[in-house]
Design a protein around this ligand. Structure first.
Ligand code: AKG
Ligand code: FE2
Length: 289
């Protein structure tokens, strides 16, 4: 092997590394979303993660799958220094039990999934399209999410559970008609790994509003994600945004979940962790607490 060839190969490898380290814009990370499958059970039936062999410590040390995931995380602007001071922007008058009763009566619209690439993910470059978490050892037994909002009339019903149109206007500040909510249930031991939100489903559903993922604007106003805490915080319920934690949230508190900033959450506790994300166009910046 000639020296020139070796140097050339090294230079290419370096170029490839630099290319990967280049910042990835939110629109590039998101890509274009396809429609959702009709069959709500497809996420489990056709799960790739469910068939993936265990990633042992020895596999991890030999293959270092964390490198690809971390490079991507840095490329979407994750740091180890940025902080986020989460303060509730308002508080809704909720009863967690109303949501639990509703969940039990609406098993048929529950999307159960693991943290892996889904059929509607298109050509974006993100942790899910490349199944980076799966390669690092995330699996069905530690990343199960039960959620509602995508199937049947669950979106409408959850919106009503959260409050009247007046409550939405005054306390949530997101356009009611175009909002996409997701009620998220995490059992103890289950984790939502490091990611940033790309609002791909919302943007696909509301293309007539001309959403721009990079400027976070649409014809109705800025695109936002809010998070409503449904259950009170309890031991082991963790939400990390940037490099900050803020335990002891209360049921009904509404937070802004900054997009496209990285975050993760987990339930390493005892009780069920219930939250509800709201994606949509902000129509009232001045919600009252
Ligand atoms: O429910 C949580 O704790 C976080 C949810 C989240 O990351 C999201 O809705 O984007
Ligand atoms: Fe998120």
């Amino acid at each position: 092997m000639s020296l020139a060839w070796t140097i050339g190969t090294l230079a290419l490898a370096e170029h490839e590394r630099e290319r990967k380290m280049e910042k990835i814009s939110p629109s590039k990370a998101t890509g274009t979303y396809k429609g959702i499958p009709d069959d709500i059970d497809i996420y489990i039936k056709e799960s790739v993660m469910a068939k993936h062999p265990e990633v042992t410590l020895w596999d991890f040390l030999e293959n270092r799958p964390d490198k690809e995931y971390e490079e991507w995380a840095i490329a979407i602007d994750s740091t180890t220094t940025e902080t986020w001071d989460a303060k509730p922007i308002s508080r809704l008058d909720l009863d967690e039990n109303d949501f639990i009763d509703w969940m039990q009566a609406n098993k048929h619209t529950c999307q159960k999934k693991y943290y892996e690439r889904r059929p509607y993910h298109g050509d974006g470059y993100n942790e899910l399209t490349e199944n980076m978490p799966m390669k690092c050892g995330y699996n069905p037994r530690n990343t199960t999410e039960y959620n509602w909002g995508l199937y049947g009339n669950s979106n409408e019903q959850i919106k009503e559970l959260l409050g009247t149109r007046k409550v939405w206007e005054e306390k949530i500040g997101i356009d009611y008609d175009t909002a996409l909510v997701r009620l998220l249930a995490y059992l103890p031991g289950h984790t939502l790994p490091w990611h940033h939100d790309n609002l791909g489903n919302w943007a696909r559903n509301n293309s007539e509003l001309n959403p721009d993922i990079d400027s976070q604007m649409c014809d109705l106003g800025p695109i936002r994600r809010h998070l409503v805490m449904i259950s009170d915080w309890h031991w082991g319920h963790v939400l990390q945004i940037e490099n900050s934690y803020f335990p002891r949230w209360k049921s009904g508190e509404v937070y802004n979940l900054p997009i496209p900033r990285p975050h993760c959450s987990t339930n390493m506790g005892i009780r069920l962790k219930l939250t509800c994300s709201i994606s949509g166009a902000m129509t009232n910046e001045d919600v009252s607490y």
